[in-house]
Design a protein around this ligand. Structure first.
Ligand SMILES: Cc1cc2nc3c(=O)[nH]c(=O)nc-3n(C[C@H](O)[C@H](O)[C@H](O)COP(=O)(O)OP(=O)(O)OC[C@H]3O[C@@H](n4cnc5c(N)ncnc54)[C@H](O)[C@@H]3O)c2cc1C
Length: 379
């Protein structure tokens, strides 16, 4: 029985590892478009930018692991199409791989901004190792960051620490508004302004021509570099072209199976029917890629269990680290309890809807996480 995994990121590498950890003895092939060993992306906007980690630190399984475990890792190879009936994957170059079970772990691609098409400024997104290594060399300059989301704020933190001057623009009223709401978003605004970041909220890029950028608040600037961090779109074209059900990502059931029982999806590309949250959710976070990758491998081996882990993510910015568990979701929250002294001094946050805890967070208060997590689903 052949297992094929398409996508060479965190979910894919963890799925391959789990297959071998569960003593699956048959052929396993990982088809990876990037030319590197599968790697973790969080260091790309943190340790690597700060010069505290190198590319090797981000690798999931070392090169020898693939040889020792007889996992056929095809780096620099794109899967072009999937034939669900014949159960084959066609690679760039024409080779066909047969599968008994197929895992799609193709991740996501950063959104770009058309406003910069007439601009002569260097404009970058941050998704790959190459993006990170190139950005690291230019952090000590005048940066315009478009988007006050996780990546924009982490790049701002690294740039400030590298001696760069940073302007961030975002049309929302607070950074991280959709994820954390206005109360905690405002604390992140304070954190960045306290480090000298020119954070311009309710502001967008109106026009860019030559080396000049005009913002909607009338401000003009000519940065050395523009970093666009406005989210990512799931790489679901392989699944869509094959005829699998797709809607803003690959639709999977509670056990990560797609509309074809021989094909699963995991990580950033998967829109999961979450059994605990009771709704569909696509989570673009490190912990989900790891655990869905491993879970998908077990389902490929015949386990039917649903994936019921609550979404978890973390960020590190300046001297602050935070963790968040749960999901407020589209219905929002009607109550938020904030305790502690501040993001840097120590903070705990509990979001509730209808009296039930839907999400919790700690910042620089690592011991608080277990008791916060225990409150999820309770009062
Ligand atoms: C800069 C950055 C920082 C982050 N920091 C954090 C953080 O601090 N905390 C956190 O929780 N999360 C963080 N994340 C999110 C986390 O890294 C992702 O959720 C995770 O990488 C998703 O893993 P994945 O395997 O689903 O997708 P990916 O890691 O994107 O891997 C998918 C791979 O599939 C390949 N691929 C696509 N199509 C094909 C094809 N047809 N054939 C072959 N290969 C294909 C792609 O090239 C890619 O290499 C960060 C992400 C980024 C970009």
């Amino acid at each position: 029985m052949s297992m094929v995994i398409v996508g060479g990121g965190l979910a894919a590498a963890n799925a391959a590892k789990e297959l071998r950890d569960r003593d699956y003895p048959g052929p396993v092939t990982v088809v990876a478009a990037e030319s590197h060993l599968p790697y973790e992306r969080p260091p790309l906007s943190k340790g690597i930018l700060l010069g505290k980690a190198g590319p090797d630190d981000a690798v999931v399984n070392p090169q020898e692991w693939y040889a020792e475990q007889e996992v056929d890792l095809r780096t620099g190879t794109r899967a072009e199409s999937v034939d669900l009936e014949a159960r084959t994957v066609t690679l760039a170059g024409g080779e066909q791989l047969s599968y008994e079970r197929l895992l799609l772990a193709t991740g996501a691609t950063p959104r770009t901004l058309s406003s910069f098409e007439a601009s002569s400024l260097p404009v970058t997104t941050l998704r790959t190792l190459e993006d990170s290594l190139a950005l690291k060399e230019r952090l000590d300059r005048d940066l315009l960051i478009v988007g006050a989301g996780w990546i924009g704020l982490e790049v701002a933190s690294a740039a400030v620490q590298a001696g760069g001057r940073v302007t961030i623009v975002d049309p929302a009223a607070q950074p991280l508004l959709a994820a954390l709401g206005p109360e905690v978003g405002a604390l992140f605004a304070e954190l960045h302004r306290g480090h000298g970041v020119d954070l311009r909220l309710e502001t967008s890029v109106e026009a860019a021509a030559g080396d000049l950028v005009r913002l909607s608040d009338g401000h003009e600037l000519s940065p050395d570099l523009v970093v666009v961090g406005i989210g990512a779109v799931p790489d679901d074209s392989l699944a869509r072209d094959a005829g699998l059900d797709v809607d803003g990502g690959v639709l999977v059931d509670a056990s990560l199976r797609t509309s074809d029982p021989h094909v699963l999806a995991a990580g950033d590309v998967a829109v999961h029917d979450h059994p605990v949250l009771g709704r569909r959710i696509r989570v673009e976070h490190w912990d989900t890629a790891i655990h869905q990758g491993r879970h998908a491998a077990r389902v490929m081996l015949g386990d039917e269990a649903p994936y019921d882990r609550q979404p978890y993510f973390y960020t590190d910015q300046y001297d602050m680290g935070m963790e968040y568990v749960g999901s407020v979701g589209p219905d929002g929250y009607d109550d938020v309890e904030i305790s502690g002294s501040g993001l840097v001094e120590g903070l705990q946050v509990v979001w509730k809807r209808g009296g039930t805890v839907v999400a919790v967070m700690q910042a620089n208060d690592w011991d608080a996480m277990d008791s916060l997590r225990a409150r999820l689903g309770g009062a």
